[in-house]
Design a protein around this ligand. Structure first.
Ligand code: NAD
Length: 268
């Protein structure tokens, strides 16, 4: 259902890896709502060819950029403004990866160079991206920057490992940069805390299938699907959410407010 909510807006979308990626759904919805976008992902992700297929389908450009590289980010921002014909109105940071989790290293035996790499990819990249945009004055007044996060930033989910700290850092960067970007350029910055979703990054967490069902039962509305996350992102990029900034917004079917659910204990 298209309502031209993003008509005339220009955006950059990070993190579309395949058809399951949250960023893929967001990109599709943004184009449906009339936005002009550029897709981007790490150069290694371009080897799979899926992002090029998505770009072709949406009739948009895809530019490789490692989100930990300032040089790549600056090139991406310059090229995006050139391709889209002006300053940017919205940016989606949909990037996450934990080296210690991927290599099945116990949290209590973490390798610190891997941990630093994890923080760089999953959280510091958000600051780097905003700082690069800020210094280039690349985002229009009332623009909207979003990062995707998870409730492990606030509560313990043991198998999420160092991604928990990555998400805490990501959410903190949203608040801090949101202050600076808001006061000087009227740009808003928020994070959306999404339900577990079956994607490549999600599936990398041990026991994800079982956990997905648990979260689904715990949430009065059930887990929020990727398509609904895309709808929420469209709203946050649109002028309907102009005064929301520096927030961590739960998009989780009610999970974050639950203590106990009879559905989980088989009491129903
Ligand atoms: N799937 C879930 O259950 C869930 C829940 C809440 C939040 N999230 C968050 O949503 C975001 C998107 O994840 P997803 O579930 O769609 O999985 P995904 O695997 O499809 O997306 C992760 C993306 O990060 C990209 N990436 C990794 N390293 C990069 C780098 N150096 N530079 C640029 N891009 C890089 C990958 O190529 C990939 O496209 C992540 O931040 C994730 O933590 C996911």
């Amino acid at each position: 259902m298209a309502n031209e909510l993003l008509k005339g807006k220009r955006g950059i979308i990070f993190g579309a890896l395949d058809d399951k990626s949250l960023a893929t759904k967001v990109a599709e919805r943004c184009v449906e709502e009339g936005a002009s976008i550029v897709l981007t992902n790490a150069p290694v992700a371009f080897r799979f060819g899926e992002i090029q297929k998505l770009a072709e389908k949406l009739n948009v450009e895809a530019i490789p950029a490692d989100a930990t590289s300032l040089e790549d980010l600056e090139n991406l921002i310059d090229k995006s403004m050139e391709i889209l014909g002006g300053k940017i109105d919205f940016v989606l940071h949909s990037i996450g990866m934990s080296i210690n989790v991927r290599k099945k290293r116990a949290y209590t035996n973490s390798k610190y160079d891997w941990m630093q790499k994890t923080f760089d990819i999953s959280a510091i990249s958000f600051h780097k991206l905003m700082q690069s945009c800020y210094q280039k004055d690349a985002i229009n007044d009332w623009g909207s920057v979003l990062g995707l996060t998870y409730i492990a930033a606030q509560r313990i989910f043991p198998d999420y490992g160092e991604m928990a700290e990555s998400k805490s850092l990501l959410e903190s960067f949203a608040r801090s940069f949101g202050y600076h970007y808001g006061t000087s350029k009227k740009v808003r910055v928020n994070t959306i805390s999404q339900s577990p979703t079956m994607t490549t990054a999600g599936g990398g967490v041990k026991g994800f299938d079982v956990f997905f069902d648990y979260a689904d039962k715990m949430s009065p509305l059930g887990n929020a699907p990727a398509e609904a996350c895309a709808d929420y992102c469209v709203f946050m990029f649109s002028d309907l959410s102009k005064y929301i900034t520096m927030q961590n917004l739960y998009h989780d079917g009610g999970f974050s407010k639950m203590g106990m659910s009879p559905a989980v204990l088989d009491l129903e």
